[in-house]
Write a protein that binds this ligand. Structure first.
Ligand code: DC
Length: 231
C-alpha cells in the first residue's frame, strides 16, 4: 500500500495503447458517475508540445530534463467541465493534439525525470476526487491501489480505423497507412521503455474492444466498474 487512497475516494484506472478508446469511454463514464476524468496523456503531451515548439530533441534526456524547472504545467477544469492544459499560463489544449506532438509526447514520456515530475500531480488529483484516470501506467505505477483497474485494448487496425475517422471529423485527415504506422511505432515505444512501460497490471481486467461498438464497450466497462465498486 502506498497510502495514496487513504481519503475515501474511489479511483478507476484505465490503461491501454493509444487509440483504444480510453479517453472517449472514460469521459463518458465520468459524466455518468459524477467522477473527475483525468487524461494523463494530455499532461505528457504538454511536455511534448514544449519540446516541439522550443526545438528540443525529445529523445535527448538531458535537454528535456533541463527544461523541466522552467515549465509550469497546470490541469484546469473549465466551465465546460473539460480538462484544459496550461503551459506557463497559456492554454495549449488544442495545440497538444497536433499529430506531430504525439511522437514528441511518446519520446519525452520515456524519460524517468519527466515521469517523476508529473507523478505527484496525478496522485494529488486522486487523493482529492473520485477519478477515472486514463494513461499507460495508472494501474501499475500512479495508482497501484485503485479500486478498479481496466486494461483497454483493440487491434492496431481497429485503432487506426477509429483514429482515421476522428481525424477526418476534426478536419485534419491522414491516410490510413500513415496512422497505422504511427500507432505501431508508439505502441512499441510506450511498451518497450525502461521506466513505467505500458503493461497490464496483474489485477486489471482486460477489455478488448476490437469487435465492440462504443455502446457495447461502455456497457462492458460500466459492468466491470459496478462489480468492483459494489463488491
Ligand atoms: O494517451 P495519449 O496518446 O494522448 O498519450 C500521449 C503519450 O504520452 C503516449 O505516447 C504515451 C505517453 N503517456 C505515458 O507515457 N503515460 C501515461 N500515463 C499517459 C501517456
Amino acid at each position: 500500500m502506498t497510502g495514496e487512497n487513504t481519503m475515501q475516494t474511489i479511483s478507476i484506472a484505465i490503461d491501454g495503447p493509444s487509440g483504444a478508446g480510453k479517453s472517449t469511454l472514460a469521459r463518458s463514464i465520468a459524466a455518468k458517475l459524477g467522477y473527475l476524468y483525468v487524461d494523463t496523456g494530455a499532461i505528457y503531451r504538454t511536455i511534448g508540445y514544449h519540446a516541439f515548439y522550443s526545438g528540443i530533441d525529445p529523445k535527448d534526456e538531458a535537454a528535456v530534463s533541463a527544461a523541466l524547472p522552467e515549465l509550469h504545467v497546470e490541469l484546469i477544469y473549465g466551465e465546460d467541465g473539460l480538462q484544459h492544459m496550461f503551459l506557463n499560463g497559456q492554454d495549449v489544449t488544442k495545440e497538444i493534439r497536433l499529430p506531430e506532438v504525439s511522437m514528441y509526447a511518446s519520446a519525452v514520456s520515456a524519460h524517468p525525470a519527466v515521469r517523476s515530475y508529473l507523478l505527484e500531480m496525478q496522485r494529488g488529483l486522486a487523493r482529492t476526487h473520485n477519478v477515472i484516470m486514463d494513461g499507460r501506467d495508472i494501474g501499475t505505477v500512479v495508482l497501484p491501489d485503485a479500486q478498479v483497474k481496466v486494461f483497454l485494448t483493440a487491434s492496431p487496425e481497429a485503432r487506426a480505423q477509429r483514429r482515421m475517422l476522428e481525424l477526418e471529423q476534426r478536419g485534419t485527415p491522414q491516410p490510413f497507412e500513415q496512422i497505422l504506422k504511427d500507432i505501431q511505432e508508439r505502441d512499441w515505444n510506450d511498451s518497450h521503455r525502461a521506466t513505467a512501460p505500458l503493461r497490464q497490471a496483474e489485477d486489471a481486467v482486460l477489455l478488448d474492444t476490437t469487435e465492440l461498438t462504443f455502446q457495447e464497450s461502455e456497457a462492458a466497462l460500466l459492468d466491470i466498474i459496478r462489480k468492483r465498486t459494489e463488491a
